[in-house]
Design a protein around this ligand. Structure first.
Ligand code: 5GP
Length: 193
């Protein structure tokens, strides 16, 4: 009898995007608690850490010089410049995780999603919408981490991103966090069966 080498089933690749302030990170963290075997892709960024952020947990914080070296060496599966800083996803992390059968979650913007879709057309894309532009402005102001000018820039960018929501397979309106958690969790369950 010839025993065929069993290859693990490839993992699912999930992407969530949202304008900043839509509550995406809180939502993702809450849902990941329910799916302990799902891996979160920690992005690389040249942005400075916020007060509560930890290197290697929230992001890998790197210099612009190192990030640009990464571009030359094709280290990023996708990358984008957002508000004057670079953000990117490790190509090695995605490929290693998927080929070993792990499901992964990417929290990236619309530009990044377009790049990932080219290489991974089967990825499951989810867009998180704030209940309204007024609610989004309020959340950004309450967060207290950005200047007025940065908030205005984020709101302009939010409109541009929200105009592209149709390219996503699923849309969740984050009005009530508990309901948004349930919706996101139901999407994960559907594809993970
Ligand atoms: P923030 O600076 O508020 O953490 O993130 C700003 C924006 O960058 C968010 O829309 C976030 O989704 C996006 N972002 C974070 N990591 C990545 C990444 O690796 N690639 C891309 N394309 N966008 C990212």
């Amino acid at each position: 009898m010839i025993l065929k080498e069993m290859k693990p089933k490839r993992g699912n690749l999930f992407i969530i995007s949202a304008p900043s302030g839509a509550g995406k990170t809180t939502l993702a963290k809450a849902v990941l608690q329910q799916f302990r075997d799902m891996l979160y892709s920690i992005s690389y960024t040249t942005r400075k850490p916020r007060a509560e952020e930890q290197d290697g947990v929230d992001y890998h914080f790197v210099s612009k010089q190192d990030f640009k070296k990464g571009i030359k060496k094709s280290r990023w599966a996708e990358w984008a410049e957002v508000y004057g800083n670079y953000y990117g996803t490790s190509a090695e992390f995605i490929e290693k995780s998927l080929s070993s059968g792990c499901d992964i979650l990417l929290d990236i913007d619309v530009q990044g999603t377009l790049q990932i879709l080219k290489c991974y057309p089967d990825c499951v894309t989810i867009f998180i919408l704030p209940p309204s532009m007024t609610a989004l402005r309020k959340r950004l102001e309450m967060r207290g981490s950005d200047s007025k000018a940065v908030i205005e820039r984020r709101l302009v960018n939010a409109r541009t991103e929200m105009a592209q929501k149709k390219m996503y397979r699923h849309i969740i309106v984050n009005e009530k966090l508990s309901e948004a958690i349930e919706e996101l969790s139901a999407i994960f369950k559907k594809y993970r069966q």
